[in-house]
Design a protein around this ligand. Structure first.
Ligand code: FES
Length: 164
């Protein structure tokens, strides 16, 4: 994806202050709720644009650098646009020997993206992980927290088509 495309997407997907304030209001401006506020914002907007982090910083009275540091630390939080659905594919040893490379190839082919990327329609993001903690189910993917195990490449399309 070109830097220009990324910039356009960032502008198009910027939430307004009212949307951010609705999340802040839930926590009553409590500074100690920063991580939970960021998680809620991530879940609502699918990523954390700069204006969201700035608004949270202003409203909570926390330095923007600290808000950024927190947002960068947690894997569940993203500073780049993510799709509405997050696919995590396990490439750990147990899944690898049971065929996860073929599953990954099928997903990449079906969505026309590589691991680490997001589809143009912002429907899916695809991430590789090293173990999802359910090795007996391998090969396994998790979509929005829902595990799909003992997968075959032929099942991939049907599963992903369930996520609009
Ligand atoms: S190696 Fe895949 S879930 Fe553990």
């Amino acid at each position: 994806m070109s830097p220009k495309t990324t910039k356009i997407m960032q502008i198009a997907n910027q939430p307004d202050d009212g949307e951010i304030d609705r999340i802040l209001y839930t926590y009553g401006g409590d500074k100690s709720s920063l991580i939970q506020i960021l998680l809620d914002a991530q879940s609502t907007f699918h990523w954390l644009p700069q204006n969201v982090l700035r608004r949270i910083s202003e409203q909570l009275g926390i330095a923007l650098s600290e808000v950024y540091r927190t947002a960068s630390f947690y894997k569940a939080l993203s500073l780049v646009p993510r799709g509405r659905h997050l696919i995590r594919i396990c490439m750990g040893t147990a899944c690898h020997v049971r065929g996860s490379p073929r599953i990954l190839g099928k997903i990449e082919q079906f969505l026309n993206i590589r691991a680490g990327e997001t589809t143009r329609d912002m429907r899916f993001s695809l991430e590789r992980v090293n173990c999802l903690g359910c090795c007996a189910l391998g090969p396994v993917i998790v979509v929005d927290g829902e595990a799909h195990g003992n997968l075959t490449p032929a099942e991939v399309e049907g599963i992903l088509n369930r996520y609009e």
